[in-house]
Write a protein that binds this ligand. Sequence first.
Ligand code: GLU
Length: 419
Amino acid sequence: MSLFENTLAQIRKASDLMGLSANAREVLSRHERILEVSVPVKMDDGTVRVFQGYRCQHNSLRGPYKGGIRFHPDVDLGEVKALSAWMTMKCAVVGIPLGGGKGGIIVDSKKLSPRELEAMTREYARAITPFIGPKMDIPAPDVYTNAQIMGWIADEYSKIKGENVLGVVTGKALAMGGSEGRDTATSMGGMHVLMEYLKERGVAPAGLRVAVQGFGNAGSFMAKFAQEAGMSVIAVSDSKNGVFCAGGLDIPTVMAGKAEKGEVALCTNAGIGGAACSVVSNVELLALDCDILVLSALENQVTQENAANVKARMILELANGPVTPEADEILKGMGVPVIPDILANAGGVTVSYFELVQNEANYYWSAEEVQAKLKPIMVKAWMDISANQKKYNCTYREAAFISALRRLADALKWRRGIE
Ligand code: GLU
């Protein structure tokens, strides 16, 4: 089944609850444009490989398409379609004037040399150049892409256009028009939402046991911020394996160990005070007894098969689509709240929006200004969704979709007269 089926199921459920018009459902269940591009690359050994790339532009009713580019062997069209539609919802949830898009290349980028990676990125940028731009579609980093990849895309695009167009992508390095706070934005936004959730329930963060699946940009900073907030991060994992320490891990030590050795599972003395840790698999991590399970790896991690094993009191989705619709139902039955991706990880695209605004103005904000602007947006989005959750007596995901779909339906009415 395509991942986009999951998105459609989520749209359907929320539409039913809120009574969304059939016209709006139809428009929002389709993509405005889907690009499929071939990306030929001369490899270091002289052979040529042609990679398959995509850029899906789901919806631009509220503003230009916005969303990351993913380099991963499991990328497929259904995945990019789902991820782009989630971007539309995410931008609407936080109320920023952007639509939804997403791109990807089917590639195991870890196996490319630096020259091959750059050549592939520039070739992909050339292929999508006619369809992107600061007022049309603005890519950003996603799984296995970063500030360097964004730098190459902005450079290639600017060369073709014959002028500096730094705002064609976000998530750039500070040296070339990036924003302060973009690297930590996804996790910082997730922390703001988590803190509001805990406040509403009257739970103090100190001592809460947290397990984090995924130790990329989002997961590693989330673990660090959780520790700084006094929580006990008992386990983290990456794509290979994880480490567990009942007394809590020291996240800066895990981060340094991962940078040095390449795997968190090799950080066996990263417990607080140098305590020894044991190795856990990703499967075991998802079933750990803890207060908060943070999912910051890939989609489809908690499914019909393993949802019943979850012992966490709540789930925070920093990845996109880590809990399937079937698992959502099981978790609902178990009374395990899920703070959904389109709210929990929206801090990333929010600071991308700030980056875009700074690029357009060619005037840059301090780290403090970025943080001061991010928090109220995340808190307000939480308040809206929490209110919807009570009003409709539904899950947080349904509540978030209701909030997004309402804003999108409004734009559809004002722009096209479709109700
Ligand atoms: N890839 C990130 C996401 O899924 C960020 C997108 C962006 O900043 O445009 O939200």
